[in-house]
Design a protein around this ligand. Structure first.
Ligand code: MD6
Ligand code: FE
Length: 215
């Protein structure tokens, strides 16, 4: 862990979660307002929606996407698609502030030249959760994933390479960024049910941005 030597009031340190995985505490705080404004821009064109899993369940997390490719789930399976299935239109472009933050965070974690083509935007309301899963719909596992937490705090579960490996509980707060790749790329992970609360920036929600190189 590297302590903040710069004397500002923004949390700024890193916590290794294991080889290839790190939490950059507070990394997104300086751009959080700009990120949230950009989320509103994306969702005015591609609103949050509750997708249906291949098993037929409605996901408790509401999702949308921006970038050249968007992640989608429906009863036929999971996939990345160029078009929003709700509108038939391409997903909104990735805002510059998203791209810059994702690149900077990846570089800071040791993954140079990360160029995401997909950003999945997750919105949690109290009680919403994401069960343990691997991110494996992307074509190329050499690129890392960059995950940005905004709004209410959540407990991130970070497991191993098998579903039944014991998972660490990692609290994530507004502005924290998790980067994982290389040997950590296929580790199981999930999010515990969100606790109710009010965040000054976005009220009763947690919003998570996950950047990937999907295509
Ligand atoms: C979330 N995140 O934090 C859900 N996946 O809301 C993920 O599923 C995730 O945070 C891959 C890498 C980082 C993540
Ligand atoms: Fe994931």
């Amino acid at each position: 862990m590297t302590a903040d030597l710069f004397g500002d009031d923004v949390p700024n340190w890193r916590e290794e979660l294991g080889p290839g995985a790190v939490v950059l505490r507070g990394f997104a705080v300086p751009v959080a307002t700009a990120l949230l404004a950009a989320v509103n821009g994306v969702t005015s064109a591609a609103p949050f929606r509750h997708m249906i899993t291949p098993g037929g369940f409605r996901m408790s997390v509401a999702m949308t996407n921006c970038g050249a490719l968007g992640w989608a789930s429906d009863p036929t399976g999971y996939r990345y698609d160029r078009l929003d299935p709700e509108s038939g239109q391409p997903w909104p472009a990735m805002p510059d502030v998203f791209l810059r933050l994702a690149r900077d965070a990846a570089a800071s974690a040791g993954f140079a030249d990360f160029t995401p083509d997909a950003c999945l935007i997750n919105r949690y309301e109290p009680g919403a959760r994401l069960s343990l899963h691997q991110d494996k719909n992307e074509r190329d596992y050499t690129a890392p994933i960059v995950s940005v937490s905004l709004g209410l705090p959540a407990v991130f579960l970070f497991g191993g390479s098998r579903r039944d490996d014991k998972a660490a509980r990692v609290p994530l707060a507004h502005g924290d960024v998790v980067v994982w790749g290389g040997p950590a790329r296929l580790r199981y992970h999930g999010v515990l049910a969100l606790k109710a609360g009010i965040h000054p920036a976005i009220g009763e929600y947690r919003v998570n941005l996950t950047f990937r190189k999907a295509g």
